[in-house]
Every structure is written in structure tokens, then in C-alpha cells.
Design a protein around this ligand. Structure first.
Ligand code: GLA
Length: 693
């Protein structure tokens, strides 16, 4: 099988932790892996204490046996560096490597990832182990991929200890050069915070009053880079030992605010991601799709690996929902639809001890005579049949700008309203596009956007000059752009862009905001909109909350105005023709109905089309492979709803072998993957399912 981006098939498997079980169980493990069609396992993720039971004494015998067993049974190994779980002896020897919280609390050993990312002792011992591991297994036939660490920053993203303080100062010198520049960037004239010596600077520990926001922003940047330095050191060592074996580390894309994954994605050979459903989320399929689209975008469109998801319930939410029959399969295939070349789980065999014993596994506590196991086997077979999809790409006409720096900045304290959260509007606009059947990429604000018809920048609070002018150029050249309140407000130093909000986008939006009028919790306003497509100016009334602002038109036309609240009559939504393009501004937090209706207008205006006409709650995504000159499109149709769905399609269902002659009927909860013949389908046949919205 060719690894990633090839025509060899899809990966299937999960974290395999045989060290939790007696050796007699291992033979059964590999036998059952074959039965389930597992072809990739991640081994040794948390095995430091076993691989190096005491300082400098390495024991790899058990791992040799496991890798041999895998090789014999045709299961490729994604070998992990176990550096996410330093052993007890390490902390006994190096108590100075324990992390300190923002409140000055020294954390104890135990748990996992409980080390300071800047600790020299941690880095030294981790690399010594990785070097041994690489030397031992570099030529092993089972070795397919390196899995470095595990979910960097999941538990120890920021450490405020004295060692971190020294590293932070070093990082600040690199970024700012001299103290004058740092003082200017941090705006230290405010509250008399001026620094006269580097040694005076400490991490932004809890203080008597609001900490300096730019100091906090720089500390977030530093902390992401510090862990990235740990990753790079391991990766470089592995690349030297095994130049032909790709290296990955599992991301938690939109769940983790801690790491700037744009910077991280550039450093891995293969992007991999962990995605878990949130039990309390009523539209989990939308969250899943968002995660997959962010991951594909971080991978620059190349195939990526779903490194972890759950066969059923997790154990770390307040109430952990089990998946319904068919849900696990549909979830896995939704990731594949959006570019994953493999579906893996945490973990192969559900643990009987430890903190995660109530987390589902591929092989449940109750064994193989279970629903979960039968579904695991079925998914393995489905993925085998979907082999031809491997390497395929997904294309999109719409991009949403996503930026960890903007996220950090947006959610700093002492802002106009605590109710403005970064992911809130990202999800709202993404959900509206999902409902409209439109495929979305995510992009860094400084990326080349020329391939997109429409670009959205929800709550892009912090924006660089480069990004601001690239966005203006994009619109000037004919692009369509939509942004919301609390976007374009500050530069990367968190300094307000003067002259009226939103400083970075004022000209392109054709508006000037004089003052913010945030609403109180529970307060809402009514907004009256004139349907731009509606003949004779049909009006619509919507609800909005959280935010309003005193906006003046400077070339834009009003699309909607407040009916009540603090600013009756003031424009709440505007549209501006800017050179050859169009820029929309949403100055308040619209409810879901309004966001959906606005999305219809904006996408129609931009000429954006859905992948296919499909009933609500039916997800349709096209993935295409290219082999030489030949392109093969595959249409994924996932029915998340409770009614059978009919969708236009012509070709053959790769899963069932059934022909699709003009349309396909997909039962509730089921998935069809049509190898399309004769190009993309047209409109839905009459009588087949209702139209969206
Ligand atoms: C993360 C970790 C795993 C496990 C799962 C549980 O993804 O990487 O080790 O803890 O969560 O959901």
C-alpha cells in the first residue's frame, strides 16, 4: 500500500496499547485486527516508562515483539515517540521540570504531559529516548509513519515558571530585537509598565489588575513556538534516521486554541487530526465537517489522516453520549469525504484500568459479540471498498479565514463584551454554508485567495497590514467578501487601528463605525432587512443579540437596519460595491435564521453553487482523484436526517456496487459514494426530496 496520496487504499486502525494487556492477548489482537480490516496501528504513545524504566536503561523487547506481530499480520505501524508521558523517575530527578500555572500553582507529577515545555532536562531526556527508538526501528518492515508525541499542548500548553521566563525573554529578543521596540509594541507607556531591563520581564502571571494584552499575546505566540521547538527537535532526529518515513503529530484543530496550527502544519510531513464529537452539540455533523475542512486546509488540500476519533462514547465530557447505530461509520466516511485518507480511533481495545477505562474502543469491554465490534468490522470493509478514493482532493469556491492569532486577540480580557467569542461566528457562518450544501476551505488571512468566489472573515479582530491589503485587492479584483463585527480592529500588536472601526476594512466595506453598543445578557434587538433579490423590496424581520454599533455609511448601501434597541434606524448589515467586487458587513450577531437567509443572498450574489441539490440534513461532498490525465470524481452523500433522501447522481455506488442512473436514494443514517460517470449532476429530479431551506 502506498502511503498517503497514492492509489493504494485508505488506512484504518487506531492507537494500539498492548502494554496494558498480558502478552497472551496480543495474538488475539492481531487476529481480530485482520478480521476488522485494520491496516495501521499507532504503537507506544505513552510507553516512556516501559521503554526507559530507569534513567538510561532502555528496554525494547516487548516493543520488538509487538512490531513483529504487526509485520507478520500485515498491519503497518505508526510508531510513536512516547514523549507526552515522562515517567515518574524523571520528575523525581527533575522536579524543576514540573509546570507552573498562571496562578503560580506548581503542578504535581502523574497524569500526562506534566512537563514544562522549556525544561532543558525534559528536552534532553526526550531526545535521548527518541534517538534510541529511531536507531532500533529505522529498518523495521512494519514502520510506516512516525507519530511524534501526542496532542501537543493538550494539558501543558503554557507554563509560567522561571525556566519559561528565561525562554520567553530569549524569544522576545528574537521577535523585538531591543527593549525600545518591545516597549512600543506592548504599549508600556500605559499604566507605567515600561521595562528598563530584559530581566524585569516575566510571563503574564496572574496580577492585581488586567495584564498587558500584548504581553499575553506574545506569550501565547511564544508558548506555541516553544512546543513547536520540541516537535522540531524530535522530527529532525527522526528525519535524519529515516529520511523516507514521514513524520506527523496529531492536531486538535478547532478544539485547541493553544497552538498556531498554520505554523505547525508547515512542519509536518502529513497532517493528522483528532476529532471527538461534543455530546451537547445538537448538530455534531456540522462540527465534524468543520473540523475536517480545517484539517484539509491546514494540509494545503493534500490528503490527511484522521488520527483519532471514538467508536462510541468518550469519557471526558460531563455526560458522554454513545453513538447511535450507523453513526460511527457515517462519521468516519464524513472525514473521508472531506479529504482524509484514513480513519483511526482511540483506541483499539478499551482499557480496563486507568483514567480512560470508560472511553469506547474498537474492541469493547463486552468483546466481539457487540454492536460496536460489528460496526467496526463493517467500517473496515467499507473503507476497503473505498480504496480508489485515496489521494483524492476536494475543491471549494468559498473560504473562511481562520487564524489562531485573531482567536487569541479576540478573546483577551477587558474587551467591550465577554460575549464575543471567536469560534461563535465561525461556526454560525460555516453552519449556514453547510446547510446550503456549499463546500468550504479555511485559509490563513495572508493566503492567496484568488481561487475563491467568496471569502468570509468572521470576528477577525486582529489583522496584519499584509492581510488587510490583500483582502482589499481580492475584492477590488472581483472577489466577494463578508466580515462581521469586531473584525479588523487591531494590528498584530493589539493596537487599535485609528480613524473609526473597523480600521483594516473601513474602505473596502464603505462604512465607518463610531462607537460600539454591546447588549446585555438576554437582551436582543430586531433587525429589518430588505431582500436584495426580492422584487419590490420584500422585507424580513430577524432577531440579533450581543452586539450593535453606531455605523455610518461611507459608500455602502444598507441591507438591514435596527428596528429597536439602542440604535433604531442605524444600518446593521451593509453591502458595498468596491471596484469589481462586493463587500458585506454584518454589524450585529444575527440569529441562525437570519444568518441562513443572508448566506443565501451572499452566495447567490457571488455565484457560489452547492455541490448538489439535496434535502436538509443531507451532506454532499465531491472528492476527485487524478491519475495521469484521468480524473475520477466521487460524490459522497451522507444522510444525517430521519427521512430517505434522493440526490442527483450518475455512476456506481462504490460501497454497494449499485448503479445510480440519474439519482440515488440514501436511507436515513446511510452513506453512498458514487463514482460519477458523465460529469457532475444537474438539478434534483422532480419528486425527489425537498429542496434545501
Ligand atoms: C485524546 C488523546 C488520547 C485519548 C483521547 C480520549 O485524543 O490523544 O490519548 O486521551 O483523547 O478521547
Amino acid at each position: 500500500m502506498k502511503l498517503f496520496g497514492g492509489a493504494g487504499g485508505l488506512w484504518y486502525g487506531g492507537d494500539y496499547n498492548p502494554e496494558q494487556w498480558p502478552e497472551e492477548v496480543w495474538a488475539e489482537d492481531v487476529r481480530l485486527m485482520r478480521e476488522a480490516g485494520v491496516n495501521l496501528v499507532t504503537v507506544g504513545v505513552f510507553s516512556w516508562a516501559l521503554e526507559e524504566p530507569s534513567p538510561g536503561r532502555y528496554e525494547f523487547g516487548w516493543l520488538d515483539t509487538v512490531l513483529e506481530l504487526c509485520a507478520e499480520h500485515g498491519v503497518a505501524v505508526e510508531l510513536a515517540t512516547p514523549t507526552a508521558a515522562p515517567p515518574a523517575w524523571f520528575f523525581r530527578r527533575h522536579p524543576e521540570a514540573l509546570p507552573v500555572t498562571e496562578d503560580g500553582q506548581l503542578l504535581g507529577p502523574g497524569g500526562r504531559q506534566g512537563f514544562c515545555p522549556s525544561s532543558p532536562a525534559y528536552r534532553e531526556r526526550a531526545l535521548a529516548l527518541v534517538e534510541r527508538l529511531a536507531a532500533r526501528y529505522r529498518d523495521h518492515p512494519a514502520l510506516a509513519l512516525w507519530h511524534v508525541h501526542n496532542e501537543y499542548g493538550c494539558h501543558n500548553a503554557r507554563c509560567y515558571c522561571d525556566t519559561s521566563a528565561v525562554a520567553f525573554r530569549r524569544w522576545l529578543r528574537d521577535r523585538h530585537g531591543d527593549l525600545e521596540t518591545l516597549n512600543a509594541a506592548w504599549g508600556t507607556s500605559f499604566w507605567g509598565q515600561r521595562y528598563g531591563a530584559w530581566e524585569e520581564i516575566v510571563p503574564p502571571r496572574r496580577a492585581a489588575a488586567f495584564q498587558n494584552p500584548t504581553q499575553r499575546l506574545d506569550f501565547y505566540r511564544f508558548s506555541s513556538d516553544e512546543l513547536l521547538a520540541c516537535f522540531r527537535a524530535e522530527r529532525d532526529l527522526l528525519r535524519r534516521a529515516t529520511p523516507g518515513v514521514p513524520v506527523t503529530t496529531n492536531f486538535m484543530v478547532h478544539r485547541s486554541k493553544n497552538l498556531d496550527y498554520w505554523r505547525w502544519a508547515a512542519e509536518v510531513d502529513i497532517v493528522s487530526n483528532d476529532h471527538y464529537l461534543v455530546s451537547a452539540d445538537p448538530r455534531r455533523e456540522v462540527d465534524l465537517a468543520l473540523s475536517a475542512d480545517v484539517t484539509r486546509s491546514l494540509a494545503a488540500g493534500r490528503p490527511w489522516l484522521l488520527q483519532e476519533n471514538a467508536t462510541s462514547a468518550v469519557n471526558w465530557q460531563p455526560r458522554n453520549r454513545a453513538k447511535l447505530p450507523g453513526e460511527m461509520r457515517r462519521n468516519g466516511l464524513a472525514h473521508v469525504a472531506r479529504g482524509a485518507d484514513g480513519v483511526c480511533f482511540f483506541q483499539w481495545r478499551a482499557s480496563r484500568a486507568g483514567a480512560e477505562k470508560f472511553h469506547s474502543g474498537m474492541l469493547p469491554h463486552a468483546g466481539t459479540d457487540t454492536r460496536v465490534w460489528r460496526e467496526v468490522v463493517e467500517l473496515g470493509e467499507t473503507l476497503r471498498r473505498l480504496g480508489p478514493v485515496a489521494g483524492g482532493r476536494v475543491s471549494a469556491e468559498v473560504a473562511i479565514l481562520f487564524d489562531w492569532e485573531a482567536w487569541w486577540g479576540c478573546e483577551l480580557d477587558s474587551h467591550p463584551s465577554v460575549a464575543v467569542g471567536y469560534l461563535d461566528r465561525i461556526r454560525a457562518h460555516y453552519e449556514a454554508l453547510w446547510d446550503a450544501g456549499v463546500t468550504v476551505d479555511f485559509a490563513h488571512p495572508e493566503a492567496d485567495l484568488s481561487a475563491y468566489r467568496l471569502v468570509l472573515a468572521p470576528t477577525l479582530y486582529l489583522v496584519s497590514d499584509v492581510a488587510a491589503s490583500a483582502l482589499s485587492d481580492y475584492v477590488a479584483a472581483g472577489g466577494h467578501f463578508l466580515t462581521t463585527y469586531f473584525s479588523g480592529i487591531v494590528d498584530p500588536c493589539d493596537h487599535v487601528r485609528l480613524g473609526g472601526y473597523p480600521g483594516a476594512f473601513r474602505e473596502v466595506l464603505g462604512v465607518l463605525v463610531e462607537e460600539f453598543f454591546p447588549l446585555q445578557a438576554g437582551e436582543s434587538v430586531r433587525v429589518e432587512a430588505e431582500d436584495p433579490q426580492g422584487a419590490g423590496g420584500r422585507t424580513r424581520e430577524w432577531a440579533a443579540d450581543v452586539w450593535t454599533e453606531l455605523l455610518h455609511l461611507r459608500g455602502a448601501e444598507p441591507v438591514a437596519r435596527y428596528v429597536d434597541g439602542p440604535l433604531p434606524g442605524v444600518p446593521a448589515i451593509t453591502r458595498h460595491r468596491y471596484r469589481d467586487g462586493v463587500a458585506w458587513y454584518v454589524a450585529t450577531r444575527l440569529d441562525a435564521e437570519a444568518t441562513g437567509a443572508l448566506t443565501e443572498w451572499v452566495t447567490a450574489d457571488a455565484g457560489v453553487t452547492p455541490t448538489a441539490e439535496a434535502p436538509r440534513q443531507v451532506e454532499v461532498v465531491r472528492r476527485r482523484t487524478t491519475v495521469g490525465e484521468t480524473e475520477a470524481p466521487y460524490l459522497f452523500v451522507l444522510n444525517h436526517g430521519g427521512e430517505p433522501a434522493r440526490v442527483s447522481a450518475s455512476g456506481t455506488d462504490l460501497i454497494t456496487g449499485a448503479p445510480a442512473r440519474g439519482w440515488i436514494d440514501v436511507q436515513p443514517g446511510n452513506v453512498a459514494v458514487i463514482e460519477e460517470k458523465g460529469g457532475a449532476p444537474g438539478a434534483a429530479p422532480s419528486g425527489g426530496g425537498q429542496r434545501r431551506c
